[in-house]
Design a protein around this ligand. Structure first.
Ligand code: FES
Ligand SMILES: [Fe+2]
Length: 356
């Protein structure tokens, strides 16, 4: 039988519960990754499970994408089976039609359409080749961009999604866990973390350090990239992370090297698993040489990410995360947890916060 780690050792190893962090009943407001844009052609519909919410996405004849609660208000058939007619979705069962706002606009067996027959509709946008959804009708927030690449033309590359047997809030801790760089990745780097909230609902964490002498891997890094090492994580609404590696790095201490950027898009799945979609991003450079450099950097980002991911993978498949014994060195993690706990639960949360 499959056991969920949080349900084990309840009496002997008490778990500290959090209002939002690592809480499967809560989905915060934020942009959630849903479908590849190329997987939703014009005049087609598809349903997806996002946490505990079944949503139908459909692309109208105009090319615009819409998202509604998936179950038809008549008898509950999944609208993902239906047909798209113009900018409406038609239920497969009795052919009721709903517009982009979820309002029922046609019932074939009668002329009158009751005004109270409607579905919740959600804000959607397309970015990085994906369709993203916000668990409310509208949002002023943009899908997270790398600050250095804002308003610039970019190249991006998706990678295969990977899955973890824990809440994605826990996998997000990885980037700021200074101790594990030494113990898991064999990087003898003494990291200093600084945290700030550059805008509401965003957390920026910069990790800086020096490669000490002694460790072979660190010495090799020191020769190639100079003595300093720095990277930065930005979390937006707790649903997307942006990692920037190779900040201020000079090759052989002389030549500035470009920074490497990637995004992590997170999604809770049923049975308490999480999905993570990596997206590599770089500036679009001009000309054939620019194309080659940009794509080389995307490839390099992917290689570095694989190197780190493979060493961590089994940790996040075998963890019952608890915050009862954090040390001083774990302060960035404590601050990150406090940030997550301040995020606003969305209407997709299974219960109101504070009303268990
Ligand atoms: S169940 Fe959808 S129209 Fe009847
Ligand atoms: Fe790691």
């Amino acid at each position: 039988m499959y056991f969920i780690p949080e349900q084990l050792n309840i009496q002997t190893q008490q778990l500290r519960e959090h209002t939002v962090f690592n809480n499967w009943d809560v989905m915060t407001e934020g942009w959630y990754i849903a479908l590849k844009s190329s997987d939703l052609k014009k005049a087609t519909a598809k349903s997806c499970l996002l946490g505990k919410q079944r949503i139908v996405f459909f692309r109208g004849d105009s090319g615009s994408v819409y998202a509604l609660d998936a179950f038809c208000p008549h008898m509950g058939v999944d609208l993902g089976l239906g047909n798209v007619i113009g900018e409406n979705i038609q239920c497969l069962f009795h052919h009721w039609q709903f517009n982009e706002n979820g309002q029922c606009v046609d019932i074939p067996c009668q002329e009158e359409v009751p005004s109270n027959v409607c579905l919740a509709h959600y804000a959607v946008t397309e970015k990085y080749g994906y369709i993203w959804i916000w668990p409310d009708q509208s949002s002023k927030a943009k899908v997270l961009e790398i600050p250095e690449l804002e308003d610039k033309a970019i190249f991006f590359k998706h990678d295969e999604a990977y899955f973890r047997g824990c809440h994605f809030h826990i996998t997000m801790v990885n980037g700021i866990d200074a101790q594990h760089l030494r113990t898991v990745h064999d990087l003898a780097v003494n990291m200093q973390a600084s945290l700030c909230e550059p805008q509401p609902h965003h957390l920026e964490i910069s990790m800086r350090g020096e490669f000490p002498q002694g460790n072979k891997r660190a010495q090799w890094m020191r020769k190639l990239f100079g003595g300093q090492y720095a990277y930065r994580m930005i979390y937006a609404y707790g649903t997307i992370g942006a990692l920037t590696m190779m900040q201020n790095v000079k090759l052989f201490g002389k030549w500035n090297l470009p920074m490497l950027h990637m995004l992590y898009a997170y999604l809770p799945l049923k049975e308490k698993r999480s999905k993570v979609v990596p997206i590599y991003v770089t500036q679009k450079r001009k000309g054939v040489l620019g194309w080659i450099i940009s794509h080389f950097l995307l490839w390099l980002t992917q290689r570095l990410f694989y190197f780190l991911k493979e060493e961590d993978g089994m940790i996040y498949e075998n963890i019952r995360f608890n915050t009862n014994s954090l040390l001083k060195i774990d302060q960035p993690i404590a601050k990150y947890i406090a940030y997550i706990n301040r995020l606003k639960p969305s209407k997709w949360s299974a219960r109101d916060i504070g009303k268990p």
